[in-house]
Ligand binder design. Sequence first.
Ligand code: HEC
Length: 207
Amino acid sequence: MSMKQKFVAALSAVAFISVTAVGSVGAAEEAKAPANGYKYPSIEKTSADAPKQHKMSPEFQAQVKKLPPEFIQQFKKMTAKHTRYSEDATARQVMMELLSDVQCVTAGLMVENGEMAADCAVRASRHRWPKGHLLAYVKLEQINADSLAALPKINGTVEGGLERVAEMALAKNFPGAGAEMGKVLEGCSNCHNLFRFGKGDSPYIVD
Ligand code: HEC
């Protein structure tokens, strides 16, 4: 092959590669696909778009069945903005995410970085669902309309509050956002007071 022929061959190879690259739709996505063969629902979204159906214990099912339909409707409406469903994370793990995001909000507010605070506040407000939904992690005797009636108010204080914090932080109203953040934290601890049990006590300490 003469130098000229080699040059032409190289050029057409480049042309061929660029044509196939442009022509194949989704090549960029393929390039970003994880090498382990696991298919994520999308590159940005690591949790699924729909909840995985788990087999729940008969006691749990019986308890949930007793909830009035109006309550279920209200609950679904209240939680509609949560559209990420983890297939692995437990409630404690999701709560740790919440804690981490909330700490990020307070750090952002303290250094007057409104964008940082707002990003983390919105992320916290729209946290993912743990495996099997949050109800799977509360005591059976608390799965009833009376106990759960506390949730809409708590939800408004915590998740609604975080959205208000985001707005105020973006408007550079840092004292206002800080005050609202205080109410959010009150909501976290109110819910823990009602629904959190088992604080990881050691079984080895007998006295
Ligand atoms: C809807 C009720 C509810 C709200 C609101 C709530 N939590 Fe929780 N949280 C729980 C429950 C229930 C547990 C216990 C879960 C378990 O042990 O399986 C828990 C556990 C935790 C834990 C784990 C503690 C441990 O001992 O492992 C952290 C951290 C946490 N929550 C942080 C937060 C933060 C921060 C907020 C507010 C931004 C918040 N939670 C709001 C219900 C709530």
